[in-house]
Write a protein that binds this ligand. Sequence first.
Ligand code: UD1
Length: 380
Amino acid sequence: MKAIAVVGARPNFMKAAPVIEALRQHSGVAVKLVHTGQHYDRKMSALFFEELGMPRPDLDLQVGSASHGEQTGQILIRLEPVLKDERPDVLLVFGDVNSTVAAALCAAKLSIAVAHVEAGLRSFDRNMPEELNRIVTDHLSDFLFTTEPSADKNLLGEGISSEKIFQVGNAMVDSLLKHRERAKNCRFHETLGLPRSSYAVLTLHRPSNVDEPEVFEEILNAVTELSQDLPIVFPCHPRTRQHLARMAEKLGFRWSESGRDGGRFIVLEPLGYLEFLSLQADARLILTDSGGIQEESMVLGVPCLTLRENTERPITLQHGANVLVGHSRSKILIEARRVLARPVEPPRAPKLWDGKAGERIAAILSSMRRPERRLPGASF
Ligand code: UD1
């Protein structure tokens, strides 16, 4: 069987690594890796490949940053000749970024089977670009690998056949469990002069939070106030940093670049996988608008406040590991202080989040009947 895995943006890499590794252990399976180039800074991409022990991509499409339409279009244009040439039996895509939907569409149009890792999650908020990416990718996919029961329910509710849906666990958690010890030894908090469990970690990059000045201002007011209770460490996504500089000037606040100067709002460059995992694992509290971090914090046993009105990962709410706080200053402060007043709780791992999702996916794909190649256009 010939497979091509397509990755493009930071949150893809930790999901793809265990699946590619497991597929390569199956004899008779050949896997090639294509990077779209959606993320290209070393700290957003190459560093992750090194730390996760991923093979170098066989091909980099180098699409870079652009509007959603252009980025998606460029991936289609550049991937199509590759797929026509390689004719893989299956194309694997991960998560919900623009690279995911573009690659899935490209393959489906060529009648190549599509396997979606982390299928079925729904925030039910179509203003999120990721929600559109998830819906379209799932409806183009032949193998839908899900992480939690809500995802199966969502897919069945959208009329997707149960024969295509496989609940396999969480490939991102495979990477977390595999690298947790290495990350622990990195003790990143010590480089900031902070004791273990004495600080909060903040991540923010959603357009709905950082591109809207009023929303961003409200969040920054909340977290700078919270930094009086405990230091806040903010590894800052490139898109957020541009807005942060402007906002800091307007609000007249200063941040620390290292924590070594005693500053309590510490803004860092994006971190690599191991440094971030270390920082997260030893934190007292996480504040985030990311999807994956909500799941990681649950598995690490660090309480999470999600700076959004919804989540596509309801299992984190059901396990009591995550609270939705939106962007209201008062809600963020009330919930953060409530969590800080509680004793630390143990980690919670949902069923099948056991480090073996990659193996399950590889077993299903490698035993699949080689799909009949539909003639291009025949299914329309
Ligand atoms: C993308 C994903 C988002 C994911 C996030 C993780 C989509 C729609 N969004 O958002 O779901 O949570 O990745 O990071 O696919 N930039 C750099 N260096 C890079 C990459 C980007 O400086 O290596 C800057 C550029 O200014 C770029 C901006 O970040 O315009 C946004 O990058 P883009 O890939 O469009 O989306 P993300 O916000 O990273």
